[in-house]
Design a protein around this ligand. Structure first.
Ligand code: MLT
Length: 298
């Protein structure tokens, strides 16, 4: 085929797409596309045209794509593992410090001050005193590209790292004590960060039984997928004081605004650099497949 039509769905970096336009027609009309580049748009309810050969996901997770239907219809799905790992790592590390130092609570309180602000600061200084992450233990669940980078950065900040993972990305340089049994691992963790995909076997993995095994005052970070945790168990853990905080990038409605929950609106991969890297990787994969039949990261 001389020219393929490539459809794009939601917020795909223009720089990444620039790689396409020399050779391909970009189309708004997904119904005629031979390939689609997609970010977080949920494709489950979409009709696919007979032309569609491949989907490139400009991100790591593929749970917005109906994989069973794609497999049945012979549509190849590519993702962009690692392309946004720096962005997610930076957000996770900053969230850990935000949680430890009560930064959100302190900022919200300071914004309410009126009159003699300087005179009132001492009160906030006492009320929002935090803890340091240095010297504490971070448990990393999932040591793929993102988890491994989080582990390396946390270690550079003076943390001890323990891990539970079926794969270990070669980028991991931090010393990391591995645990086969996650319920044993959480007993030694001050912070637990989750970096696994949402799969039938990972859904709800952070639940009451696991939380019961955690240290008093543990902080959980979930910058992966919301369904990895059982929301009511998180809330019960926060209410009882077993958990100090739950920091997440994809909150569900029953967690938003709850005491101890600090949530961002899926900002993990939302940097100019990550958006460019993800779009470029997804586009390159699509082009390689359409032109040469090469399959990577499918
Ligand atoms: C991912 O799975 O890598 C993220 O959800 C990417 C994104 O924000 O689009």
């Amino acid at each position: 085929m001389d020219k393929f039509n490539i459809g794009t769905l939601n917020n795909i970096s223009q720089v990444g797409l620039g790689r396409l336009t020399d050779k391909y027609e970009l189309t708004e009309d997904i119904d005629t596309a031979h390939g689609v580049v997609v970010r977080s748009f949920k494709m489950h309810d979409m009709d696919f045209s007979d032309n569609l050969l491949a989907i490139g996901r400009a991100g790591a997770g593929v749970n917005n794509i109906p994989l069973d239907r794609c497999a049945y219809e012979g549509i190849v799905v590519f993702n962009a593992p690692g392309a946004n790992s720096n962005a997610v790592k930076e957000l996770v590390i900053s969230a850990m410090i935000v949680g430890a130092r009560n930064i959100c609570e302190g900022v919200a309180w300071t914004n309410t001050l009126e009159g003699d602000v300087a005179g009132q600061v001492e009160k906030g200084k006492k009320q929002f005193a935090g803890t340091e992450i240095s010297g504490k233990t971070l448990g990393v669940i999932g040591l793929g590209a993102i988890g491994a980078k989080v582990a390396n950065a946390a270690h550079a900040l003076g943390m001890n790292i323990v891990g539970n993972s079926v794969v270990i990305h070669p980028i991991l340089t931090a010393p990391c004590e591995m645990y086969d049994d996650i319920s044993e691992m959480v007993k030694v963790c001050d912070y637990i960060t989750i970096h696994v995909p949402s799969l039938p076997e990972t859904k709800g993995m952070i639940n009451k039984a696991l939380i019961d095994n955690m240290k008093e005052g543990a902080i959980i970070l979930n910058f992966a997928r919301p369904d990895l945790v059982v929301n009511e168990d998180i809330l019960a853990g926060l209410e009882s004081g077993k958990l100090r905080k739950y920091l997440t990038d994809l909150p569900s409605e029953d967690l938003v605004g709850k005491t101890g929950v600090i949530a961002t609106p899926h900002l993990g991969a939302s940097t100019a650099e990550a958006e460019e890297n993800c779009a470029a990787m997804a586009v390159d994969e699509l082009m390689d497949y359409l032109e040469k039949g090469t399959i990577r990261n499918s």
